[in-house]
Design a protein around this ligand. Structure first.
Ligand code: NDP
Length: 387
């Protein structure tokens, strides 16, 4: 029987990869809800193609456009933050959480509270509210399937093993497009250069996060929440080929690695079919053609983001939510041409130094901290010294 699926963030890069897999296996899936923020026409097109029950735009001002594009289709249309959560709460077999940023938190929580299976790509939700989201998942008996390629790799290498048996988790990082630059060269990189990831095609925000290595720092926090082996047992290693997606070292020093093409359809397929496996249209790995897999220690002098993230999760409380919000603001400012590349991490660090808040206990607490941290980060945009 066909399984039902809701896709939060249908018009994004993860959304497109997910729908590509669904398109190839139409008879196995029934699409319930598809969501976007402002891409109303594109969303309506997808909703029609996949015969969704409802399409929702986060930006309510786009609802008339969505309604018009869906006219005569019989597909429901809704708009606004609450409508996103209502869509996420509709009962389905699988929710793919692929909204970018903290905007995905409330809808992901709504899906978790309903208790289904969530393929979680939206790492910012877990970074901002790790314990809160995990408690909601536990309370409702929901299942989180890690979709981020590294965490999906770790999940596969764990293969149901208890984390007690694990000595170390090794997160691989491509190092991004600027891995080989000097500090001076890094100071003058452009938006266009930063948007060209050497191995992965992704949305703009995560591509910039990969260039600053903030992505790996966020993933360090994400790994800590998903696989509680202790922060000191999570290591980051630069692996420029992006073929080994992460590794797990067991107590006996056996190291298991997951390898695969650098294409998000692999981890997404692993979540969609879990615990089974499904076909993907990808060219199989040709290790002889790849030739070499190399590894090196990260340079935290040049790319301080992983250190900043480690310190934030060590500090705990509100710090990871503040870090995430400040990073979202700084990345937006960089993409808008307001600040240079190296100021992204400077703005994050400066916001963390200037703002502290009590430990959040609810999503509302997290969203309040997120809002305040954004204001402080915007102040920091003006005042952070150029580095
Ligand atoms: P994209 O920017 O490509 O897509 C983001 C999606 O979220 C779009 O559908 C967008 O709608 C929607 N969206 C954006 N803002 C809001 C908002 N305020 N309210 C509701 N919906 C919103 O991002 P990616 O697909 O690259 O990434 C999605 C998530 O997955 C991120 O958390 C990222 O870190 C994670 N991830 C991505 C990977 C990748 O390869 N892309 C790999 C691993 C993790 P609209 O089109 O209308 O703007």
């Amino acid at each position: 029987m066909a399984r039902s699926l809701s896709l939060l963030g249908a018009t994004g890069s993860i959304g497109a990869s997910t729908l590509d897999l669904i398109r190839r296996n139409r008879e196995d899936w029934r699409v319930e809800a598809l969501t976007a923020n402002s891409s109303a026409v594109e969303l309506a097109k997808l909703a029609r193609e996949f015969d969704a029950k409802i399409a929702v735009v986060g930006d309510e001002s786009r609802l008339p456009e969505l309604r018009e594009a869906l006219a005569g289709s019989g597909i429901g249309a809704a708009g606004g933050a609450e409508a996103l959560c209502e869509a996420a709460a509709r009962p389905v077999d699988m929710t793919v959480s692929a909204i970018v940023g903290c905007a995905g938190l409330a809808p992901t929580m709504a899906a978790a509270a309903r208790g289904g299976t969530i393929a979680l790509a939206n790492k910012e939700a877990l970074v901002s509210s790790g314990e809160i989201l995990k408690s909601a998942v536990e309370r409702a008996g929901a299942t989180l399937l890690p979709t981020d390629s590294e965490h999906n790799a770790i999940f596969q290498c764990l293969a149901g093993n208890d984390v007690e048996r694990v000595r170390r988790i090794i997160l691989t990082a491509s190092g991004g497009p600027f891995r080989t630059l000097t500090a001076e060269e890094l100071g003058s990189v452009t938006r266009e250069q930063a948007l060209k990831h050497p191995n992965w095609a992704m949305g703009a925000k995560i591509t910039i996060d990969s260039a600053t290595m903030m992505n790996k720092g966020l993933e360090f926090i994400e790994a800590h929440h998903l696989f509680p082996v202790g922060l000191e047992n999570i290591e980051i290693i630069v692996h420029p080929q992006s073929i080994v997606h992460s590794m797990v070292e067991y107590r006996d020093r056996s190291v298991l690695a997951q390898l695969g093409p650098s294409d998000m359809r692999v981890p997404i397929a692993s979540c969609l079919a879990y615990p089974d496996r499904m076909e993907t249209p990808l060219v199989p790995l040709d290790l002889a053609a790849i030739g070499e897999l190399t590894f090196q220690a990260p340079d935290e002098e040049l790319f301080p983001a992983t250190r900043i993230c480690r310190e934030a999760i060590q500090a705990g409380g509100a710090a990871p939510a503040i870090l995430n919000a400040a990073n979202e603001v700084a990345v937006e400012a960089f993409l808008a041409g307001q600040i240079g590349f190296t100021r992204i991490t400077a703005v994050v660090e400066s916001t963390l130094a200037r703002y502290s808040a009590p430990t959040p206990h609810t999503v509302e607490d997290v969203l309040a901290i997120d809002g305040e941290a954004r204001l402080r980060a915007r102040d920091a945009l003006e005042s952070t010294p150029v580095v």
